[in-house]
Design a protein around this ligand. Structure first.
Ligand code: GLN
Length: 486
């Protein structure tokens, strides 16, 4: 049996019934990686020995009936999350060979539930990008498992590609401006960016601290609920993590859509939206209606400013966060005669082009004389964007839209055009600016066989309604269970 095709839930049942062992499951995932990784290129580092040891421990616990929620389930983790015994490079030469002295809280929580971590997956350098092509390790740029030679999306491209290709059962990614939802959509998997503060950021290498969130990428909505249950909740080591109770996400999946108001923001169906994407999303909306939802038209009038506001705020925060890479404490240090020269050489050699571009934009936006015109103005418009959502959520419970204006495109096609890539983030970045949760759920395919995802967004800490709507969509969309030919 092809164990790599199982969902987390299916594998969990087989393990509990002792139909399979964690060892056999992990071996089968490692064999799958062996078979397809040459084509997919999702992993930056693989750790088969650690994984097999974890699987053996999981089998012992299962035999004693003491396994945690993820006991024996093989996962991948984006290389932006600190892992004590595995390198964490953030897709950058700056952190080549860096092994953190501690685990991120989310990693600790996976391990506490007896998960098996197979390895660390590829990403755009410091999570800046939308195609994974900004990864500094050019042999490790993931391909879209549905169409090799096409982008897997970014920045969590390795997470999405590894799940879609059956190279793990699920993954953790991070989302600052769409980096979980966009690759999930392009690779036909489920991805959730939780509410800001829902999941601890401790041990997540910071890109833009007021926007970053960790979240799951999974094969289906039920798996997403399971993984969220493990990673969500307060952490005293992250002062922005919320003290809110975590509801039982799995319990609401089958609650149906009766009484749920689904809002359609007309600004998200504007010029530039691909015809096939629009057709699939409209069909998905009809499915939600069929399931009992009430449809309402809503408006998010400040949508057109989101891209500009995001790229100012995210870059400003990045320029400050990335100041720590100076050759003194982390990763690379260039040889030089003076301290200043060492800083200069280390940063010139260690960072790639896109990261330098963001640091330059951010430093400019924060500098004396320009701060009021750029950073302060962007922060003010951010408040207006938040208010748009608050008004929309007075009229509806969940907002539906496309995730990306187009399906995946060929690798290289937009690689030299940063502005075109920034503009393609238009539908995802507002959730980060507002701090609200957003989910991408597969809802169809283009004629060329590329996946199309629907975005569902809800008010702060209302992930439950996303699980409800996502599960309903998944039941009807007929995408679940489809596997790419590799
Ligand atoms: N494409 C966005 C950017 O380059 C998204 C990044 C992210 O969510 N990490 O900033």
């Amino acid at each position: 049996m092809d164990l790599h095709t199982l969902t987390l839930r299916q594998a969990q049942q087989k393990l509990a019934a002792r139909e399979i062992t964690a060892k056999a499951l992990t071996e089968s995932l490692l064999a799958r990686i062996d078979q397809v990784e040459d084509k997919v290129r999702a992993y930056l580092s693989l750790h088969p020995e650690q994984a097999m040891l974890a699987a053996e421990r999981a089998d012992k616990k299962l035999a004693q009936g003491q396994g945690g929620l993820l006991c024996g389930l093989p996962l991948s983790v984006k290389d932006v999350l600190c892992t004590e015994n595995m390198p964490t490079t953030c897709g950058s030469k700056m952190l080549e060979g860096f092994v953190p002295p501690y685990n991120a809280t989310v990693v600790e929580r996976l391990l506490a539930e007896d998960a098996v971590i197979l390895g660390k997956v590829s990403m755009d350098e410091f999570a800046m990008g939308s195609t994974n092509e900004n990864c500094a390790y050019k042999d490790n740029i993931p391909q879209n498992p549905w169409k090799l030679g096409y982008v897997a999306g970014g920045s969590s491209g390795g997470s999405a590609a590894s799940v879609a290709a059956g190279e793990c059962l699920a993954s953790l990614g991070s989302d600052t401006g769409g980096s979980i939802r966009q690759p999930a959509s392009l690779c036909g998997v489920v991805g959730l960016k939780p509410t800001y503060g829902r999941v601890s950021r401790y041990g997540l290498v910071a890109f833009a601290s007021s926007l970053d969130q960790v979240g799951p990428l999974t094969k289906d909505v039920a798996d997403c609920a399971l993984l969220m249950q493990v990673i969500a909740g307060h952490d005293q080591r992250d002062s922005t993590s919320a003290k809110q109770e975590v509801p039982d996400y799995s319990a609401v999946l089958q609650d149906g859509m009766k009484g749920v108001r689904v809002g359609i923001p007309h600004e998200y169906f504007g010029a530039g939206l691909d015809g096939e994407v629009e057709k699939n999303i409209r069909a998905g909306i009809a499915m939600l209606k069929e399931a009992g939802a009430e449809l309402v038209e809503v408006s998010l009038p400040h949508t057109e400013y989101c891209v500009a506001v995001y790229y100012l705020i995210a870059s400003a925060e990045a320029s400050s966060n990335l100041a720590r890479y100076d050759g003194v404490r982390y990763g690379q240090r260039a040889a030089a005669d003076s301290l200043i020269d060492m800083y200069r050489q280390t940063r010139s050699q260690g960072f790639g082009e896109e990261v330098k571009r963001r640091i330059l934009i951010g430093t400019y936006a924060l500098s004396a004389g320009y701060y009021d015109a750029y950073y302060k103005k962007a922060s003010q418009v951010r408040t207006l964007i938040r208010e748009d959502f608050a008004k929309a959520f007075a009229q509806c419970d969940v907002l539906v839209s496309p995730v990306t204006p187009t399906p995946a495109w060929p690798l290289g096609q937009k690689a030299d055009n940063p502005l075109a890539l920034y503009l393609s983030d238009i539908l995802t970045i507002s959730a980060n600016l507002a701090g609200i949760p957003g989910m991408s759920v597969p809802c169809g395919f283009s004629a060329a066989g590329l996946p199309i995802g629907m975005q569902l967004q809800a008010s702060h800490f209302n992930e439950a309604v996303l699980f409800r709507a996502g599960w309903n969509l998944e039941q009807q969309a007929g995408v679940k269970g489809k596997q790419p030919d590799l």
